[in-house]
Design a protein around this ligand. Structure first.
Ligand SMILES: [Zn+2]
Length: 318
């Protein structure tokens, strides 16, 4: 069995998005409930949040953006950059704790204290740009983790797999000129779906050309389309790149019971995805894998999705 870290902290629930918002604290309660009720907690290394060192947030985001976020948050503004980025007085602090929790998991993995980890953090991160909040995201947790692993631990090649149903525009833009980070996103497109980027011809720029890969899935598709993606495109791409660490933007909003998309992925379909990612991590990265929660809004389905996700990281049969 693998030693799996679980980043979870009650303070992640302090980020209050108001009364009519899908990205709510109950999501984390649902994740925790699924893992607890399956009896998996005793197998996990619980990792509480710590605030991120500013230098790591600054490794991705502009200082002026970070200051603007902090100031607007502390002076009581309720939205940031876009109306769907609702916030409260604690949002800046919680966003820093989200980054810090992910970095702590990465540090423990690099020290050999854990093999892999799932970080149940809020707010999510993959839409956050260098200088702009977007789509419920403020700091790009996964991008900051990649830079931390490279700069603090000397990791060369990092593979990021983003299976959130929305395209991770922020992560793509941060690494699109960078050949050391392979960003692979599978998402719904074309549709009314946010954010509208992530077409198949977006493959990176300059020396990063070929190190951004987008696999759009048509609305109405589900398990068959994802199985095809894994077999014909994702696995060959990651086998060729041979990442030294794999990071996962784990969004569960492609689920058939999630209202945020027109994609109909089953719970078993999510498990096949994660098993494939774990196999790739074992083949190329010594099992090193950090998974970070992005979207996923079905309070009813999140418990089973988190349960299976964690069980696969532990190396249990699902
Ligand atoms: Zn999403």
């Amino acid at each position: 069995m693998q030693k799996t870290g679980f980043v979870y902290d009650k303070r992640y629930q302090l980020h209050d998005t108001g009364d009519y918002h899908p990205e709510v604290a109950e999501r984390l309660e649902a994740v925790y409930k699924g893992i607890e009720e399956a009896g998996l907690l005793p197998y996990l290394t619980l990792i509480p949040a710590v605030p991120a060192k500013p230098k790591w947030i600054e490794a991705v985001h502009e200082v002026a953006y970070i200051r603007r976020f902090e100031e607007l948050c502390l002076c009581g503004r309720r939205t940031f950059d876009f109306p769907d980025n609702q916030m409260c007085c604690e949002t800046y602090e919680v966003a820093s704790l989200a980054v810090g929790g992910v970095l702590k998991a990465a540090e423990m993995m690099m020290k050999g204290e854990i093999d892999n980890a799932f970080c149940a953090v809020r707010p999510p991160g993959h839409h956050a740009e260098v200088n702009q909040a977007m789509g419920f995201c403020y700091f790009n947790n996964i991008a900051i983790c990649a830079r931390y692993l490279q700069q603090e631990w000397g990791i060369g090649r990092i593979g990021i797999f983003d299976f959130d149903v929305h395209h991770g525009n922020g992560t793509q833009h941060i690494f699109e000129e960078d050949a050391t980070v392979l960003y692979y996103s599978v998402h719904e497109h074309p549709s009314f779906a946010f954010p509208g980027t992530g077409r198949a011809f977006e493959k990176g720029t300059g020396t990063g050309t070929g190190y951004t890969r987008n696999y759009p899935i048509l609305p109405g598709q589900g398990d068959d389309a994802y199985d095809k993606m894994l077999k014909e495109d994702f696995v060959p791409a990651f086998d060729e790149f041979a990442p030294e660490v794999i990071l996962v933007s784990a969004g569960f909003d492609a689920h058939e019971d999630d209202d945020m998309s027109g994609i109909s992925l089953s719970t078993a379909g999510f498990s096949r995805i994660m098993k494939t990612v774990v196999e790739l991590a074992e083949r190329h990265a010594g099992g090193r894998l950090i998974s970070v929660l992005e979207g996923g809004y079905s309070i009813r389905r999140l418990p089973e999705l988190a349960r299976d996700h964690i069980a696969i990281l532990l190396g249990k049969d699902v």
